[in-house]
Design a protein around this ligand. Sequence first.
Ligand code: A2P
Length: 223
Amino acid sequence: KGLHEEMSIPLYFGWFLLPTIQEKVRCTSMDFLKTLDTLEAFKKHMTDFAGGAEKEVDLEQYFKAKGNLHCTTKFCDYGRAQGAKEYAEKPVVNELYGSAFELSLTALFVTPRTVGARVSLSEEQLVLWPADAEKEAEAAVPGAASLALGSRAHVTLGCAEGVQPVQTGLDLLEILVLQQEGQQGELVEEMELGTLAYYGKGRWLLSLREPICVPACFSSGYR
Ligand code: A2P
């Protein structure tokens, strides 16, 4: 009998970064925000973040951290979300529940709503990815449904006041749709961590030179 037939269905399933690595990722994210803040290119587009006002924005204050760092695979809403029960009952979900993985963070992105890290899933990790994760986002992000499986995978690093974490994956998809349409983004700067590009409307993507590999445990989250 599967583990989740005996337990209530969680709020969400996902990979949870180990505590020591969470600190490291948070530091990298903070350093990035600190640097971005000081770039002339960022200041030029600052009004994206200030609701059109010409005021200074301190990105480190602008985003609020949201609990444990993790990469959601399936948001279940305690069974209320579509496909929640099916996902919780999948043999592979039960088999791999509690196992250790290594996630590869390949980019950091910032929008006026969220800051996050893109996760590039391996074949082995994609077996835990719901087939409709990108399609579900189509209404919010036109074009998302045609992106590769796993495109939405991310770690939410922070949200602006009043913004829910679900927005982070949508913001990532928005950037990936633009890329798929052939937009490279405006190359802004070679930074120590990688290449920074601007995609308009306050959307910034830092493609990491070296992926950040983080140990993570496949498990579930409650509140
Ligand atoms: P994310 O994975 O981007 O961090 P909340 O705290 O808002 O209830 O959400 C719990 C977790 O589930 C968060 O990690 C959140 O976003 C994710 N999440 C919330 N709603 C959805 C949704 N509709 N689709 C996918 N993921 C969601």
